[in-house]
Ligand binder design. Structure first.
Ligand code: ARG
Ligand code: ZN
Length: 876
């Protein structure tokens, strides 16, 4: 990005960019007229930029990998003496206050494998400009605080009938040489990262939506003709999202059309380009025969996410890329809230927290730890992270929960009122929420700038004579490289007391809260805001000995270390009033068993008691209650002498014990869940998930015939959830017919890319597999280095087996892929390298070996993305 650059270079001579160096642009762009002419072996881009001086300073246009054909300023052709040019930018000193540029460049989308800027994917040309792709299309001040009006003319051969750009179609026509063109005008000012263009041969599904303001919006989803029947789920989710944002935030859509385009080669999930979203096929196509329930759910929440960006991201955007979580954190919070309307709130919260803990906590515990708003980076692409997205969402959630729905709405109304059309900062959001609601939330700002997961420690004691319960909590956060000494943060801790005898919840309202050090409004509605290093609360009129429940609904993104007995946690598993809190109690118990060698008996008894009833009421919740923390999550809690084999064995032992303990139950439960007609609702989704889970335990318990049930389920499946669930059990348990079923699956779905990804995934993720298996999958004729989904289906699923990853061959497997992708697709290469980030926690001799392998990669890679990750990973 184009803010003043610190001269400091890292060892690969990549520049580090600092938040503190932000300077406003010296020129604004009043408008851009863009013309894109696509040919088979090159593309020409002509632009007309009308620029106007704002402050003194050079005029800077970003540009990367562009062949400059000609450039003129206010009608005069410029010669190389008139500007300075380097691989990243074109600088004009002493530019006039009004500067009109005409620039022509040549680019090569047909050989762009990095999937940034304009690139060809099969028969389709699409753009991905966030964060810094637009500079690979033409010279432009490619920074999010430059907003302008785009008019785009696209011209191509008629073999590409689909020509799309943002906004409204204003003209189209025929040209000679079998070519045609279309002109689009987007009336809304937007930054360049939201520009999009699509050139191809796509079919379209159409629908419409009328907004609360009476605007008639045409909705269009573009995909390959064969995929069009799979676009209905996304279309419904789009309409639901549009309605939801009106109902909950009062935000209507603002253009006459909303287009979504599906592309199978895409680095991320999807992109919120103004009025023209571009989606990875995996985030838009859904059909029960080829899509599992969780994947279908993900389609709906991604559609919602990108739609919600129209207000939180597009109409109000980021001043600079350090503020990324301003739009991402808030928008994730919004899509999570929307998703709560699609399944039980408890399960939604479990899924969000579960991924936060396994991915974001792990990230924050390692060498790639950074605050939700980082203060420096080398490559911004490396900061589209779980911390920015998911911890960012948790910060928004904490503020929203403290305000409650009404005041939060006043706060967001104020945010939209103040900043519509602007590029702003995290401070602007928190100021608006505070001023709009009348509740000062500015003490939450340090959450954005401090890295690391705070740990809340605590103890409680009951005084039977005084009838008081005294709760003492303290917080601490580990210091992180490059960041100042951590400060105490405001941590909302959800609190409830339960009568130890009867299990009933004690109403906190009837108790008098007396605290010396805690401000009156720090404890309200069962939320205690811990904002000092240590605080004590005394609950009065507690007439019976209580069990305290803390961090209810995961009220803050922290680790909790409370001096519960295992029995207290079992009690909470049984008596807590919502499924999330029950799940949380089960997870805490399991962590003690798996990380601290507690006896599993208490957990086993509690879960055996609770499960059957929960399964009757809410099968999806029952499925989640059976979650055993993943090996990678457990590893993230081990800071040294990590032995993957030991963790694996312990986890396996718990699974076995659980399977044995409920052996008869699994058999009955499976029989009582016959395959029925597919319905897309959370009750049926729950039954399908539970059936797969139960089947796995039945097989593990050695229930007679259980593997046959899996074969039958595979054969009789009416949807992918059932078929894939059965296939996984057969393959992972080395069933005699596993290979037959794999072959059958391959034949059935050979022409369905997303289903075929699952075929790769099942084999790569097999705990009984090997590096050799993963390597062979990558040599398979259907493996494709140009399709990130396919690469991830192997690398991502293989990473679920740390016992295999943390071997010489496993580590080399990942470093080789990172090296291969370094030039071809550095954004993806960097992500794959991140699988090795916790190498330094390994026990010897693996640790030294890991270090050697990673060091061996130095000098072999050059991209900013991969180098920054490698340097950080090696700093551990
Ligand atoms: N803004 C997109 C989203 O909805 C993500 C785009 C990220 N792209 C990238 N190249 N890092 O979350
Ligand atoms: Zn987003």
């Amino acid at each position: 990005m184009n803010i003043a650059v610190n001269p400091e270079l890292n060892e690969n001579s990549h520049q580090t960019i600092y938040l503190k160096d932000y300077t406003p642009p010296s020129f604004e762009v009043l408008s851009i007229d863009l013309s894109i002419q696509v040919f088979d072996d090159h593309t020409l881009v002509h632009s007309k930029l009308v620029m106007q001086r704002l402050t003194s300073g050079d005029l800077i246009l970003c540009g990367r990998d562009l062949e400059l054909l000609n450039i003129s300023l206010n009608g005069n052709a410029l010669t190389p003496q008139d500007y300075e040019i380097d691989p990243e930018q074109l600088i004009i000193k002493n530019a006039p206050d009004q500067a009109e540029f005409a620039i022509s460049v040549k680019i090569h989308p047909e050989s762009n494998t990095q999937l940034e800027g304009l690139y060809q994917a099969g028969n389709l040309f699409v753009t991905q400009n966030e964060p810094e792709g637009f500079r690979k299309i033409t010279f432009f001040p490619d920074r999010p605080d430059i907003l302008t009006v785009f008019t785009t003319r696209i011209e191509a051969d008629k073999k590409y009938p689909t020509l799309l750009a943002n906004g409204n179609l204003v003209e189209k026509g025929e040209l000679s040489d079998n070519r045609h063109f279309a002109v689009w005008h987007d009336p809304t000012k937007k930054p360049s990262y939201l520009f999009a263009a699509v050139i191809g041969d796509l079919a379209v599904l159409k629908d419409s939506f009328t907004t609360m303001e009476g605007r008639h919006v045409s909705l269009e989803i573009y995909a390959l003709a064969q995929d069009l029947p799979k676009c209905h789920v996304a279309m419904q989710a789009l309409k639901d999202s549009m309605k939801w944002d009106e109902d909950v935030y009062g935000r209507p859509y603002d253009l006459d059309n909303y287009m979504i385009v599906a592309v199978s080669q895409f680095n991320m999930g999807a992109m919120e380009n103004k009025g023209l979203n571009i989606f990875n096929t995996v985030c838009v196509l859904a059909d029960p025969e080829v899509t599992t329930d969780p994947a279908m759910f993900y389609v709906k929440s991604t559609i919602a996410h990108e739609y919600f960006h129209n207000w939180t991201g597009n109409r109000i955007t980021c001043r600079d890329w350090f503020q990324l979580c301003l739009k991402e954190g808030f928008t994730v919070f919004r899509d999570q809230s929307f998703s709560t309307t699609l399944q039980s709130p408890a399960v939604q919260r479990i899924d969000d927290v579960s991924s936060l803990k396994s991915v974001q906590f792990a990230e924050d515990a390692g060498p790639l730890s950074h605050p939700p708003r980082p203060d420096h980076f080398v490559e911004i692409n490396n900061f589209y992270t779980a911390t920015v997205y998911d911890k960012g969402a948790e910060i928004a959630r904490m503020m929203a929960n403290l305000l409650g729905p009404e005041k939060f709405r006043q706060g967001t109304d104020e945010y939209f009122r103040r900043h519509d059309g602007q590029a702003v900062t995290v401070e602007d959001l928190v100021d608006s929420l505070s001023d709009g609601s009348g509740v000062d939330l500015r003490n939450f700002l340090p959450w954005y700038s401090q890295p690391g997961t705070p740990c809340v420690k605590g103890r409680g004691s009951y005084d039977a004579d005084a009838k008081t319960y005294t709760l003492t909590l303290s917080q601490s956060t580990a210091k992180r490289h490059n960041y100042p000494e951590p400060q105490p943060l405001p941590i909302p801790v959800g609190v409830a007391l339960f009568d130890k005898e009867t299990g009933e919840q004690l109403t906190l309202n009837s108790t008098v809260l007396k605290q010396s050090e805690v401000a009156e409004n720090n404890i309200k509605d069962g939320i205690f805001v811990l904002d000092q290093a240590e605080q004590t609360v005394v609950f009065e009129q507690v007439n019976a000995e209580p069990v305290v429940s803390l961090l209810r609904n995961f009220s803050a993104p922290v680790l909790l270390d409370f001096d519960y007995s295992d029995e207290d946690l079992a009690f909470l598993l049984e008596h807590e009033t919502n499924g999330f809190n029950q799940w949380q109690a089960a997870q805490m118990l399991l962590e003690r068993v798996l990380l601290q060698d507690h006896n599993p008996a208490v957990y086993l008894n509690a879960i055996a008691k609770a499960l059957p009833q929960v399964a009757k009421d809410d099968a999806l919740l029952a499925t989640r209650l059976l979650d055993i923390p993943s090996e990678n999550y457990l590893a993230s809690r081990i800071d040294q002498e990590y032995d993957p084999a030991v963790v694996h064995q312990k986890r396996d032992a718990v699974l076995n014990a659980l399977a044995d303990r409920l052996k008869d139950y699994w058999a009955d439960a499976y029989q009582s869940l016959p395959i029925v007609e597919f319905k897309d609702n959370s009750v049926e989704m729950g039954k399908r998930a539970y059936r797969n889970m139960v089947l796995g335990f039945a097989i593990r318990a050695g229930v007679e015939g259980a593997l046959d049930w899996a074969s039958e389920q595979y054969d009789n499946a009416v949807c992918m959830t059932e078929r894939l669930g059965a296939l996984r059990h057969l393959v992972w348990n080395k069933a005699n017919n596993a290979q037959d079923k794999l072959d059958d699956f391959y034949k059935r779905f050979k022409h369905e890319d997303l289903a075929l990804d699952q075929w790769f995934a099942v084999q790569a993720g097999n705990p009984q597999g090997s590096v050799q298996v993963a390597r062979e999958l990558m040599e398979h004729p259907e493996f494709d280095w140009g399709t990130p989904n396919r690469i991830r289906s192997v690398t991502g699923n293989f990473s679920g087996n740390p016992v295999l990853v943390w071997t010489t061959e496993g580590m080399q497997f990942y470093t080789e892929i990172a090296k291969r992708l370094d030039q071809q697709n550095p954004v993806l290469g960097s992500r794959i390298l991140q699988f090795l980030s916790r190498w330094y926690t390994l026990k010897e001799p693996l640790r030294s070996e890991a270090k050697n392998i990673l060091q061996g990669l130095k000098g072999e890679v050059n991209s900013t993305s991969v180098c920054e990750t490698l340097n950080n990973v090696l700093k551990a």
